[in-house]
Design a protein around this ligand. Structure first.
Ligand code: OAD
Length: 227
């Protein structure tokens, strides 16, 4: 198996999803705050959104769904996790083969001289972090309008094509190109198993088995059943 995860897997760790009531995109219009053009035009404004996001992410710990995926990897039942999340909770849970499709928050990058710095020196409430060249740094996550990191995109596609089953957990499957991975997997013979509290555009088109419910509950049952 291979897993494809989205914001829904981290909801029970206290990180609200992007879409839906109380989602981050309810508080910050993504077209105003989450595009590379918005960051280039007014990085201090976009850092208001980053600060809110980082405060939530830095306080979170893995839940039973993250831990379940790590257990399945240790038991050699799961080969990798492709995640759209930037929170690092899969690695914190013990997953080793994690493909970060939308980047991560461990590093800050300068879009002028491409130097990188660890986020570790920055805390919520601090002023916006700057490079030695004085440019405002950007967390190394993918904003709308930025390409998917090449290595992650290639690795994710290869995993989707090679797996026997794709576990799709907690994603609304609305953001391209990640939303295409389940169809790629299915076209190459995989069974698509979807875990979500609600139906998504995949459920009636691509999903073979829809397991409705909270990711932590379903993953705990799945790990127990596979034991
Ligand atoms: P969304 O916020 O779009 O979707 C979250 C999904 O998780 C929804 O389908 C919910 O029904 C489901 N969900 C919520 N709580 C759940 C729970 N406890 N258990 C299981 N499912 C649950 O998040 P993503 O699909 O990850 O991109 O969003 C994709 C991308 O859009 C993000 O990576 C981000 C965002 O814009 C960038 O920032 C580039």
């Amino acid at each position: 198996m291979v897993a494809l995860t989205g914001a829904g897997i981290s909801v029970e760790s206290g990180i609200p999803a992007f879409r839906g009531a109380q989602g981050l995109w309810d508080r910050f219009d993504p077209m105003e705050y989450a595009t590379i053009e918005a960051f280039s035009a007014d990085p201090e404004k976009v850092w208001r959104m980053f600060s809110t996001l980082l405060s939530l992410l830095l306080a979170a710990v893995p839940n039973r769904a993250h831990l379940g995926l790590a257990k399945l990897e240790q038991a050699e039942r799961l080969r990798s996790v492709i995640t759209q999340n930037v929170d690092g909770l899969h690695q914190a849970a013990g997953s080793r083969n994690v493909i970060e499709y939308h980047g991560n928050i461990r590093e800050l990058v300068c879009l002028s001289c491409w130097k990188r710095f660890p986020l570790a020196g920055w805390s919520p409430g601090d002023s916006v972090p700057r490079c030695e060249c004085n440019e405002i740094l950007k967390p190394d996550l993918v904003l709308f309008g930025e390409p998917i990191p090449w290595g992650a995109q290639a690795a994710a596609e290869a995993e989707a094509k090679a797996c026997g089953a794709l576990l799709v957990i907690g994603t609304s499957a609305q953001v391209f190109p990640a939303c295409d991975l389940p169809a790629i997997a299915r076209a190459h013979g995989a069974v698509v198993i979807e875990i979500n509290t609600e139906e998504t555009p995949l459920t009636r088109t691509t999903t073979d088995l829809f397991l409705k419910g909270q990711a932590s509950e379903i993953m705990s049952e799945l790990v127990e059943a596979m034991r």
